[in-house]
Design a protein around this ligand. Sequence first.
Ligand code: C2E
Ligand code: MG
Ligand code: MG
Length: 248
Amino acid sequence: LDADMRQALASGDQFFLAYQPQFSLSNGACVGVEALLRWQHPLRGAISPAQFIPQAERSGFIVTLGAWVLDEACRQARLWREQGVALRISVNVSPLQIRRGGFAEQVQTTLSAHGLEPDAIELELTESLLVDDGSAAARTLNALADHGVQLAIDDFGTGYSNLGYLRRFQIGRLKIDRSFVAPLDDAQHDEAIVQAIVQMANSLGIDTLAEGVETEAQRQRLSSLGCKHAQGFLWHRALPAEDCASVW
Ligand code: C2E
Ligand code: MG
Ligand code: MG
């Protein structure tokens, strides 16, 4: 798999980014997109990132692959801006990319190579990075945040119970994990976890986005709980860049 990934990146026509639109729950407007990596293997067909990202993290290839993702997302952001669409693109970042060092510089260089303002992108981070790597990650992430790059916590609520990092880092947004969103379908189910996350985020001045929204019932309950943004199959799956024009 690892050798295949390296070859795929070199070949230039197997990896691409698909974009899942994100919406405001108050007015229904599209507020951004998440870039999700896709691999179309010549023999094996589509391979899920849930399969190949963990392998890329084990081998370290994620550092190279992640740099490509960032560059490609910025190239697309530039293109959309030239067409008058200035939506923020969220980019998933693996902890290893930050542990390797030089990440803040890499992000700034990539942004300026494409003539983008820092707030054109949002970096999606994992809770494990913020908890395990405390002070080393803090320098990098605070440099990025000071520069104006937005930071979000992906899959919030699944990783850790130590929330002190929310004060130590300049986090703009919590992405509420799908596992807390799905049960909102059931009228009997306690919505306490989503409610608690939204209230905590509000009092810390942090935005919230619900992931994996699939039903109208979920959308309505999230909206009445005060969650700001959402993405999910209820609106769209991740789309090829060309198909996004129909969304906005
Ligand atoms: P994630 O960042 O939490 O991305 C959300 C995943 O949930 C995506 O799966 C998306 O297609 C899926 N999803 C979105 N809406 C719904 C919904 O309504 N219902 C359901 N059941 N699923 C929904 P995907 O694209 O397979 O990505 C899986 C994971 O792979 C991502 O989770 C992320 O952790 C990782 N990943 C994807 N692209 C990249 C990348 O460029 N870099 C890194 N480091 N990781 C990536
Ligand atoms: Mg994500
Ligand atoms: Mg997620």
